[in-house]
Design a protein. Structure first.
Length: 376
């Protein structure tokens, strides 16, 4: 029987959560080996670059919001005169200011959590939430959305009367003095992520707060490459909610931690390939170029223009295929980053559908370390 590692993080009026180390060993070793091979992401500069672009987008995207990178850049650079939806602006700015906060405050405790939550929730809570908040946490029950909807089997956060006690246990765990490896600090950050979601101390913005707290911890521990975990979650869809729900029911975090290790490795491989393509291209790539390459690395099987448009419109504000071709695909074809493998018989908006692939001449593909990404 596999050894269980029990945490000093209990269910309310119940047993402690635990995980099994053995199923995580291979994934942990793969990550460590990869980051020893590619050290370019191990810097605060990398973390900041990702936080204010892909990770900001992904953290909101996990909650079902599809803000594109250009919109995010306009909001945080205050070029937003034409953006009428103030809620969208506020949601983006809240994460931007929240990330600034965690970059400039090291102490993690209840007081600083309160400050962070006020930043992340500023201007986006409804009247009921505001009226039923206590000095720090909600004072009534909350029902939890799974994949943006209420399940038939309604799930609730912990009882309001138990929040304070469990939050104290949470911060005791967070602030335990360790001199651990960065991979184990990542494991700890994701246990924090899970347990905060389990407590669900607020009516809204619990998920974004939990993931921002995990990122905060990783920055404190200078585990910079590991902060891109949000992007991996954003591509998982309902599987993320399902695995969290199962972990709550079984008290076993193993599958959740496996997912967080495996999705991180995939995103780090993508990041390596994107930077490799950029270094092998004589043109300066913009944020939209990087995102388009990211989507091609994320898609499975044969990749057509229509497939790419479907993926883009799933994660961003909807555009016509002709706009997507002109603004994203044609540019990467002209840069010789994308190859047109063949044209199909289908014509969409006067544009022939085409099978596309990343140009292998732009990628120094190391099969020993790039084990999770397939270019074809």
């Amino acid at each position: 029987m596999q050894k269980r590692i029990y945490l000093e993080l209990p269910k309310e009026n119940g047993p402690r959560f635990y995980y099994r180390e053995e199923p995580l060993i291979n994934s942990k070793n793969d990550l460590v080996e990869f980051l020893e091979w590619d050290k370019n992401m191990d810097s605060l500069a990398f973390a900041k670059k990702m936080m204010y672009s892909h990770e900001l987008k992904a953290n909101n995207q996990v909650e079902g919001y599809t803000d594109d990178l250009e919109l995010i850049e306009k909001v945080i650079t205050k070029k937003t005169e034409k953006i009428k939806d103030t809620e969208i602006k506020q949601r983006i700015l809240n994460l931007y200011h929240g990330y600034y906060y965690i970059l400039h405050h090291r102490k993690m405790d209840e007081e600083h959590l309160h400050d962070l939550y006020n930043i992340l929730s500023d201007g986006i809570l409804d009247e009921y939430d505001l009226q039923n908040m206590g000095p720090l946490y909600r004072e009534k029950s909350v029902y939890i959305l799974n994949n943006g909807r209420l399940d038939m089997d309604l799930e609730q956060g912990v009882k309001a009367t138990n929040i304070e006690n469990l939050i104290n246990k949470y911060f005791t765990y967070v602030n335990e003095v360790t001199n651990d490896s960065k991979i184990n600090e990542y494991i700890k950050s994701q246990i924090m992520h899970f347990y905060f979601v389990y407590i669900h101390p607020y009516f809204d913005v619990n998920g974004r707060t939990s993931r921002t707290l995990a990122m905060w911890y990783l920055i404190k521990k200078e585990a910079y490459p590991y902060i891109i975990f949000n992007r991996g979650i954003s591509f998982k869809g309902s599987k993320y909610d399902k695995i969290i729900k199962e972990a709550k029911e079984r008290c076993d975090l193993t599958k959740f931690l496996e997912m967080m290790l495996d999705t991180l490795k995939i995103e780090l491989e993508k990041e390596h390939i994107m930077e490799n393509i950029a270094s092998n291209t004589p043109y300066k790539l913009n944020g939209l170029d990087y995102q388009s390459i990211l989507y091609f690395l994320t898609m499975n099987g044969t990749k057509t223009l229509a497939d790419f448009a479907t993926m883009y419109n799933r994660f961003n504000g909807k555009l016509r295929i002709s706009e997507i071709y002109e603004d994203m695909i044609k540019r990467l074809i002209d840069f010789e980053i994308l190859n047109v493998d063949r044209y199909t018989k289908k014509v969409i908006e006067d544009i022939p559908n085409m099978e596309l692939s990343l140009n292998p001449k732009k990628i120094d593909f190391d099969e020993q370390h790039l084990t999770r990404i397939k270019l074809k």
